[in-house]
Ligand binder design. Structure first.
Ligand SMILES: [Zn+2]
Ligand SMILES: [Zn+2]
Length: 423
């Protein structure tokens, strides 16, 4: 697979080189209006208009500065983009943003506060059909509220990589998923998903890797946070072996995570909530903090350690430990004042640390209440009226995959592929 990727990268590079050579020839003067195969929903009165990104409009697609595209890096920038409507009319999946992703991949850069709300049956926040993968990054936020999917990559031969941003996806239909793609990699940023059925689903086995950032997923009864889809929905534990730094993985049977405690793989199929987040390790440094009575060390988060009274065993009027001048009274008062101030500002983060340590204690109470965590295996696949079928390479044709969310026994696989395919 690595080799294949390298080959593809090389091929893409070669093509890019070729194109860049063309770009500097006079031919560009005759460039015609080129469509980048990306369509953005624009709200025009009561009608949802899809605006195609072209060489004419790519710098400011909607004319209000909220959407722009850089064709050289395949980067779509959302800058305070807000959409609330029924989605692009005429698309197989009504959504706010759709694209045939270029084979080298599409990047979405989040700037500011972005919000996508797509109402209507079977709707998605964003739906992608091209061969390439999707990378989401940036310091901005994105809230997606949709019916069936938050972000879905239908025929892609690559997956999705979240490398930044504060993303919150909510899907509301009885059968719905936050993110569906060939595979999923979380590198950085914050991702929160609330979905009825599936948080993140991939069609590649061991295709969910959390290497950084935080992922928090709650699913309703009958749902799973992470699944691998073959002909069934299999709950999986994401691969966190490459997580950079320390992390904490908690889980619970309540969708909102109110009972979350330390993740235990044995309960995987019972969990309705899973959260993976980096853990703060205190760094107290070597510098002593002090007031007239005590000295201590303090982490940037507010947590203190090694607090003790000054001691002057050798009677040089200096604390033996921290060097505090024990004859000075006034200075110490002003110092202690500023100390109290910084303490109060860091109280929030200190309480965070407390709550995370509480999570540790509740894990004991979970193991005591083991009977509550019964295995509901098959509850989703057998009893449910709907499911997911993933077409293999053969169905998609070009090494991609097709994926269908369908009503079992009511529609044939082929019918649904036809419906779901954009063209
Ligand atoms: Zn700390
Ligand atoms: Zn001291």
């Amino acid at each position: 697979m690595k080799k294949l990727k390298t080959l593809i990268c090389f091929a893409v590079f070669a093509v890019a080189m070729l194109l860049s050579v063309w770009a500097i020839t006079p031919l560009t003067a005759y460039a015609i209006d080129q469509d980048y195969n990306i369509t953005i929903a624009d709200k025009d009165g009561s009608t949802t208009v899809g605006v195609d990104i072209t060489t004419e409009n790519y710098e400011d697609v909607l004319g209000d500065g909220t959407v722009s595209y850089d064709p050289t890096t395949n980067t779509l920038t959302l800058n305070n983009y807000v959409y609330n409507g029924e989605g692009l009319v005429g698309d197989a999946v009504p959504c706010a943003i759709t694209a045939d992703t270029p084979i080298e991949g599409l990047t979405i850069l989040l700037v500011g506060t972005n919000s996508i709300t797509v109402s209507g049956g079977g709707s998605a926040g964003m739906a992608f059909f091209g061969g390439g993968g999707l990378t989401v990054k940036g310091n901005g936020s994105l809230v997606i509220n949709a019916g069936a999917y938050g972000i879905v990559l239908v025929e892609s031969s690559d997956g999705i990589n979240i490398d930044g941003g504060n993303i919150h996806i909510t899907t509301t239909e009885a059968m719905s998923a936050g993110i569906m793609a060939l595979d999923f990699v979380m590198t950085s940023g914050d991702l929160k998903i609330t979905a009825s059925t599936v948080g993140i689903g991939t069609s590649k086995e061991d295709g969910i890797c959390i290497n950084g950032g935080s992922v928090e997923i709650g699913t309703a009864v009958g749902g799973y946070s992470f699944i691998y889809m073959d002909t069934d929905l299999n709950p999986v534990k994401p691969d966190t072996s490459n997580y950079v730094g320390d992390y904490n993985m908690t889980a619970g049977v309540n969708t909102n995570g109110s009972d979350a405690s330390e993740f235990n793989e044995g309960y995987l199929s019972s969990y309705k909530y899973i959260k993976i987040a980096s853990v703060h390790i205190h760094d107290y440094g070597t510098t002593w903090k002090s007031d007239e009575n005590n000295h201590w060390k303090k982490c940037a988060c507010g947590e203190e350690t090694e607090k003790a009274e000054h001691e002057d065993g050798d009677s040089d009027d200096l604390c033996d430990e921290c060097g505090y001048d024990m004859t000075v009274e006034e200075e110490s008062e002003s110092e202690s004042e500023s100390e109290t101030e910084s303490e109060s500002t860091s109280q929030e983060s200190a309480s965070e640390v407390e709550s995370s340590s509480q999570g540790g204690t509740t894990s004991e109470s979970l193991s005591e209440s083991q009977p509550k965590l019964e295995e509901p295996k098959g509850g989703l696949s057998g009893g449910a009226i709907a499911g997911i079928v993933v077409g293999s390479v053969a169905v998609a044709g070009v090494g991609g995959f097709a994926l269908v969310w369908f009503v079992i026994k009511k529609k044939s696989f082929a019918d649904l592929i036809a419906v779901f395919k954009k063209k």
